[in-house]
Design a protein around this ligand. Structure first.
Ligand SMILES: *[C@@H]1O[C@H](CO)[C@@H](O)[C@H](O)[C@H]1NC(C)=O
Ligand SMILES: *[C@@H]1O[C@H](CO)[C@@H](O)[C@H](O)[C@H]1NC(C)=O
Ligand SMILES: *[C@@H]1O[C@H](CO)[C@@H](O)[C@H](O)[C@H]1NC(C)=O
Ligand SMILES: *[C@@H]1O[C@H](CO)[C@@H](O)[C@H](O)[C@H]1NC(C)=O
Length: 147
Protein backbone atom coordinates (compact mmCIF):
# COMPACT_ATOMS: atom_id res chain seq x y z
CA UNK A 1 0.00 0.00 0.00
CA UNK A 2 2.80 2.43 0.93
CA UNK A 3 4.71 1.83 -2.30
CA UNK A 4 1.57 2.50 -4.35
CA UNK A 5 1.00 5.77 -2.53
CA UNK A 6 4.63 6.76 -3.01
CA UNK A 7 4.45 6.07 -6.75
CA UNK A 8 1.29 8.13 -7.15
CA UNK A 9 2.93 11.07 -5.39
CA UNK A 10 6.13 10.90 -7.46
CA UNK A 11 4.29 10.56 -10.78
CA UNK A 12 2.06 13.53 -10.02
CA UNK A 13 4.88 15.75 -8.80
CA UNK A 14 7.06 15.25 -11.91
CA UNK A 15 4.23 15.77 -14.39
CA UNK A 16 4.15 19.07 -16.30
CA UNK A 17 0.85 20.08 -17.81
CA UNK A 18 0.55 21.88 -21.17
CA UNK A 19 -2.86 23.10 -22.31
CA UNK A 20 -3.41 24.29 -25.88
CA UNK A 21 -6.46 24.99 -28.07
CA UNK A 22 -7.20 22.51 -30.84
CA UNK A 23 -5.46 23.32 -34.13
CA UNK A 24 -2.54 25.16 -32.54
CA UNK A 25 1.07 24.00 -32.19
CA UNK A 26 2.44 22.68 -28.91
CA UNK A 27 6.00 22.66 -27.58
CA UNK A 28 6.80 19.78 -25.26
CA UNK A 29 9.83 20.74 -23.21
CA UNK A 30 12.56 18.26 -22.42
CA UNK A 31 16.10 19.21 -21.51
CA UNK A 32 18.99 17.13 -20.35
CA UNK A 33 20.02 18.46 -16.94
CA UNK A 34 23.70 19.19 -17.55
CA UNK A 35 24.05 20.98 -20.89
CA UNK A 36 25.01 17.81 -22.77
CA UNK A 37 25.44 18.19 -26.51
CA UNK A 38 22.73 15.95 -27.89
CA UNK A 39 23.65 15.83 -31.60
CA UNK A 40 25.38 12.45 -31.23
CA UNK A 41 22.96 11.17 -28.62
CA UNK A 42 19.61 9.38 -28.63
CA UNK A 43 16.26 10.51 -27.32
CA UNK A 44 12.81 9.06 -27.65
CA UNK A 45 9.38 10.62 -27.22
CA UNK A 46 6.36 8.38 -26.63
CA UNK A 47 2.73 8.83 -25.79
CA UNK A 48 1.73 5.76 -23.83
CA UNK A 49 2.93 3.05 -26.26
CA UNK A 50 2.85 5.15 -29.42
CA UNK A 51 6.11 6.33 -31.00
CA UNK A 52 5.96 10.11 -31.33
CA UNK A 53 9.55 11.13 -32.14
CA UNK A 54 12.85 9.27 -32.12
CA UNK A 55 16.24 10.91 -32.62
CA UNK A 56 19.41 8.85 -32.98
CA UNK A 57 22.69 10.61 -33.79
CA UNK A 58 21.26 12.82 -36.49
CA UNK A 59 18.75 10.31 -37.86
CA UNK A 60 15.08 10.75 -36.98
CA UNK A 61 11.55 10.16 -38.24
CA UNK A 62 11.63 13.14 -40.60
CA UNK A 63 14.76 12.01 -42.48
CA UNK A 64 14.40 8.29 -42.94
CA UNK A 65 13.97 6.41 -39.65
CA UNK A 66 10.82 4.24 -39.60
CA UNK A 67 8.59 3.29 -36.70
CA UNK A 68 6.67 6.49 -36.05
CA UNK A 69 2.99 6.10 -35.26
CA UNK A 70 0.87 7.27 -38.23
CA UNK A 71 -1.01 9.65 -35.92
CA UNK A 72 2.14 11.81 -35.60
CA UNK A 73 3.56 11.43 -39.11
CA UNK A 74 4.75 14.74 -40.60
CA UNK A 75 3.57 16.74 -37.56
CA UNK A 76 6.43 16.44 -35.08
CA UNK A 77 9.85 18.07 -35.28
CA UNK A 78 12.76 18.71 -32.95
CA UNK A 79 14.78 21.92 -32.65
CA UNK A 80 18.05 21.19 -34.44
CA UNK A 81 19.75 24.42 -33.33
CA UNK A 82 18.91 23.66 -29.69
CA UNK A 83 20.57 20.22 -29.49
CA UNK A 84 23.90 21.72 -28.41
CA UNK A 85 22.21 23.16 -25.31
CA UNK A 86 20.82 19.78 -24.28
CA UNK A 87 17.35 20.75 -25.44
CA UNK A 88 15.42 17.74 -26.77
CA UNK A 89 12.06 19.53 -26.93
CA UNK A 90 9.64 18.78 -29.75
CA UNK A 91 6.98 20.75 -31.59
CA UNK A 92 3.65 19.08 -32.44
CA UNK A 93 1.84 20.92 -35.21
CA UNK A 94 -1.91 21.24 -35.62
CA UNK A 95 -2.81 19.47 -32.37
CA UNK A 96 -6.07 17.54 -32.20
CA UNK A 97 -8.11 16.56 -29.16
CA UNK A 98 -6.97 12.97 -29.58
CA UNK A 99 -3.30 14.05 -29.24
CA UNK A 100 -4.04 14.63 -25.53
CA UNK A 101 -2.30 12.31 -23.10
CA UNK A 102 0.89 11.78 -21.17
CA UNK A 103 4.09 12.03 -23.19
CA UNK A 104 7.47 10.83 -21.99
CA UNK A 105 10.94 11.90 -23.08
CA UNK A 106 13.74 9.38 -22.50
CA UNK A 107 17.52 9.32 -23.06
CA UNK A 108 18.13 5.56 -23.30
CA UNK A 109 21.95 5.71 -23.40
CA UNK A 110 22.57 8.63 -21.06
CA UNK A 111 20.70 8.10 -17.83
CA UNK A 112 17.55 6.59 -16.43
CA UNK A 113 15.95 9.99 -16.48
CA UNK A 114 12.44 10.51 -17.76
CA UNK A 115 10.40 13.64 -18.33
CA UNK A 116 6.63 13.36 -18.32
CA UNK A 117 4.38 15.96 -19.90
CA UNK A 118 0.62 15.87 -19.88
CA UNK A 119 -0.74 17.47 -23.04
CA UNK A 120 -4.35 18.65 -22.95
CA UNK A 121 -5.83 19.79 -26.27
CA UNK A 122 -9.07 21.64 -25.73
CA UNK A 123 -11.79 22.10 -28.27
CA UNK A 124 -12.58 25.76 -27.76
CA UNK A 125 -15.82 25.80 -29.69
CA UNK A 126 -17.35 23.42 -27.17
CA UNK A 127 -16.44 25.68 -24.26
CA UNK A 128 -17.83 28.68 -26.12
CA UNK A 129 -21.09 26.95 -26.97
CA UNK A 130 -21.40 25.70 -23.42
CA UNK A 131 -21.16 29.23 -22.00
CA UNK A 132 -23.50 30.49 -24.71
CA UNK A 133 -26.19 27.96 -23.80
CA UNK A 134 -25.65 28.76 -20.10
CA UNK A 135 -26.17 32.47 -20.80
CA UNK A 136 -29.30 31.68 -22.74
CA UNK A 137 -30.62 29.54 -19.88
CA UNK A 138 -29.96 32.36 -17.40
CA UNK A 139 -31.66 34.85 -19.70
CA UNK A 140 -34.66 32.57 -20.00
CA UNK A 141 -35.06 32.20 -16.23
CA UNK A 142 -34.74 35.98 -15.83
CA UNK A 143 -37.37 36.49 -18.41
CA UNK A 144 -39.70 34.04 -16.74
CA UNK A 145 -39.33 35.77 -13.36
CA UNK A 146 -40.14 39.21 -14.73
CA UNK A 147 -43.24 38.08 -16.61
C1 LIG B 1 10.17 25.44 -21.70
O1 LIG B 1 11.25 25.68 -20.83
C2 LIG B 1 11.71 27.02 -20.88
C3 LIG B 1 12.96 27.12 -20.03
O2 LIG B 1 12.82 26.41 -18.82
C4 LIG B 1 10.60 27.93 -20.40
O3 LIG B 1 11.02 29.27 -20.48
C5 LIG B 1 9.38 27.74 -21.31
O4 LIG B 1 8.29 28.53 -20.83
C6 LIG B 1 8.97 26.30 -21.33
N1 LIG B 1 7.92 26.12 -22.31
C7 LIG B 1 6.83 25.38 -22.08
C8 LIG B 1 5.83 25.29 -23.18
O5 LIG B 1 6.64 24.79 -21.01
C1 LIG C 1 13.98 24.41 -26.28
O1 LIG C 1 13.93 25.07 -27.52
C2 LIG C 1 12.63 25.54 -27.87
C3 LIG C 1 12.71 26.14 -29.27
O2 LIG C 1 13.66 27.14 -29.36
C4 LIG C 1 12.18 26.55 -26.84
O3 LIG C 1 10.85 26.95 -27.15
C5 LIG C 1 12.17 25.91 -25.45
O4 LIG C 1 11.84 26.87 -24.48
C6 LIG C 1 13.54 25.33 -25.16
N1 LIG C 1 13.45 24.60 -23.90
C7 LIG C 1 14.23 24.84 -22.87
C8 LIG C 1 14.00 24.00 -21.66
O5 LIG C 1 15.09 25.70 -22.90
C1 LIG D 1 -7.66 12.22 -34.38
O1 LIG D 1 -8.62 13.23 -34.68
C2 LIG D 1 -8.47 13.75 -36.00
C3 LIG D 1 -9.44 14.92 -36.14
O2 LIG D 1 -10.67 14.66 -35.56
C4 LIG D 1 -8.72 12.64 -37.01
O3 LIG D 1 -8.54 13.15 -38.33
C5 LIG D 1 -7.69 11.52 -36.78
O4 LIG D 1 -7.96 10.44 -37.65
C6 LIG D 1 -7.74 11.04 -35.35
N1 LIG D 1 -6.65 10.12 -35.14
C7 LIG D 1 -6.73 9.01 -34.41
C8 LIG D 1 -5.52 8.19 -34.30
O5 LIG D 1 -7.78 8.70 -33.83
C1 LIG E 1 -20.27 25.96 -31.63
O1 LIG E 1 -20.77 27.17 -32.17
C2 LIG E 1 -20.13 27.55 -33.39
C3 LIG E 1 -20.66 28.94 -33.78
O2 LIG E 1 -21.84 29.26 -33.14
C4 LIG E 1 -20.40 26.48 -34.44
O3 LIG E 1 -19.78 26.83 -35.66
C5 LIG E 1 -19.86 25.15 -33.96
O4 LIG E 1 -20.16 24.12 -34.89
C6 LIG E 1 -20.42 24.78 -32.60
N1 LIG E 1 -19.71 23.61 -32.09
C7 LIG E 1 -20.35 22.61 -31.50
C8 LIG E 1 -19.48 21.49 -31.03
O5 LIG E 1 -21.55 22.57 -31.33
Amino acid sequence: VYSVLFCVCVCVCVLTKVVVPEGSDAVLNCSFTSETHLRLQTFDWKRHDKEVFFYDQGKHYNNGLSGQDPQFKGRVSHFNDQLEYGNASILIKNTQVNDSGTYSCVFPHLKEEKVYIQLVVREYFMILNHSQSKLQAEFRSCHRESS
